[in-house]
Ligand binder design. Structure first.
Ligand SMILES: Nc1ncnc2c1ncn2[C@@H]1O[C@H](COP(=O)(O)OP(=O)(O)OP(=O)(O)O)[C@@H](O)[C@H]1O
Ligand SMILES: [Mg+2]
Length: 401
């Protein structure tokens, strides 16, 4: 059918033509946002899920909701695991928040303190910042020690107090949370801790890969209690059908039940795959209704596109040793797998490949939810690995020198 009217939207963070499922998380976040802006405590949350399940789209939606409720917000995406991004990204964004707050009428002293804290914070983390023209009557030392764990809570408190003066609250939305450094994560946990203790009008909603739960627990033992960790999984059968049939119906196109059954089974309900199947099946079909046969005929195009767009980009970023490790995991199937079993497939001991495994976790390719276990962060990645690297190469120790 006409690709011009094809409604489906596979792509990182792409707004789907029909957003389905997630009712429980939306409801929980709605309650938390309403409570916090009214000065009642609510836990901050971190949405956890695999690649392509729909975390970014959900985070964006919650961000829109927070803004609609009157929150002052900051939204950022941590670019990679290099660390040190948080301060650099926060300074200009908090500057915008203060400028917007300044336009709301209220007493200036909390604003002055927040402005001073931001200037100090920027200086402490060597971020060039002109400073916000406020009567900087605040504490000359706030947020300027250079210790992230101390400074970030100071800074955020100054900002949420300025927000509270203006009868609003501060919402912090962070995507790809697993790329935060340990210091940054501790500092955020601490910020949430202080907000809880002082009744601060502050809520953080993050999104990231599942390993973050273990990491946050590591960073601060109380992180387990500070955050809730809603799981973003595959869509339910009914939601998956809606994702496909609603946008098609809006274009006057129907899916036969057998076609929907087939797509739901193929995609296992993963949001990215549903959009991808929808797109290629639409292009393949000649007319409405779309049949199971159309789905089957679209398979080669879907696979080629997923290999190039979804799987390959991640694979290409890995070193040869990392690729061998991924290939060994794929030999065992979708996972999760015992780390010892992966080493056995490579013909070696876990300790020999521990470094490779750690790098893959840092890069967000694999994760470990339970000790001694390893799983792919990309759904169906095992099938891709077997296609792209038909042969398994055993581990060979690197020569020194
Ligand atoms: N609830 C939903 N209903 C329908 N489609 C969705 C839904 N959530 C996400 N999608 C679609 O799925 C695809 C992936 O979504 P998104 O980029 O949010 O995933 P992600 O979990 O952030 O992935 P990554 O870990 O790679 O960043 C997009 O094409 C998006 O349009
Ligand atoms: Mg995302």
């Amino acid at each position: 059918m006409d690709p011009r009217t094809n409604p489906f939207a596979p792509g990182a963070g792409a707004r789907p033509p029909a957003f389905a499922g997630r009712e429980q998380i939306l409801e929980a976040a709605d309650i938390a946002l309403d409570r916090q802006i009214a000065g009642r405590h609510a836990n901050s949350m971190i949405l956890l899920g695999l690649r392509g399940v729909g975390k970014t789209v959900l985070l964006n939606r919650l961000h829109e909701e927070a803004k609609a409720k009157g929150y002052e917000t900051v939204r950022l995406e941590v670019p990679d695991a290099a660390g040190g991004h948080l301060a650099r990204m926060l300074v200009p964004m908090l500057d915008s928040v203060l400028r917007r707050l300044d336009r709301r009428q209220a007493a200036q002293d909390a604003m002055g303190r927040a402005g001073a804290a931001l200037v100090n914070f920027a200086a402490a983390f060597k971020i060039s910042y002109q400073g916000f023209a406020l009567g900087l009557d605040g504490d000359g030392l706030a947020a300027g020690s250079g210790n992230m764990e101390a400074d970030l809570p100071d800074l955020m408190r100054a900002v949420w107090e300025a927000a509270a003066d203006r009868k609003t609250a501060l919402g912090l939305f962070i995507d790809e949370v697993q790329y935060l450094s340990r210091d940054e994560l501790s500092a955020l946990a601490r910020t949430c801790h202080e907000a809880a203790q002082q009744g601060g009008r502050f809520l953080m909603i993050g999104a990231g890969l599942p390993q973050i739960a273990a990491l946050a627990g590591d960073a601060k033992s109380y992180a387990e209690r500070l955050f809730s960790y809603p799981e973003v999984g595959p869509l339910s059968d009914a939601a998956a059908r809606e994702v496909l049939s609603r946008p098609a119906a809006e274009e006057g196109v129907a899916f036969e039940d057998a076609a929907l059954d087939r797509i739901v089974a193929d995609t296992e309900g993963y949001a990215y795959f549903l959009q991808s199947w929808g797109k290629f099946v639409w292009d393949e079909a000649d007319a409405s209704p779309i049949t199971e046969d159309d789905v089957i005929r679209a398979h080669p195009a879907i696979r080629a596109d997923l290999d190039e767009s979804f799987f390959r980009v991640r694979y290409d970023r890995s070193s040869p040793a990392e690729q061998q490790y991924l290939r060994a995991m794929a030999e065992l199937g979708p996972g999760p797998h015992q780390t010892g079993d992966v080493a056995k497939i490579l013909g070696t001991e876990s300790s020999q490949v521990a470094n490779t495994r750690r790098k893959l976790i840092e890069a967000g390719m694999i994760y470990s939810q339970r000790h001694g276990e390893t799983a792919f962060t990309v759904p169906l990645f095992d099938t891709f690995m077997r296609r792209t690297m038909p042969d398994l190469v055993p581990y060979t120790p690197r020569k020194r020198g």
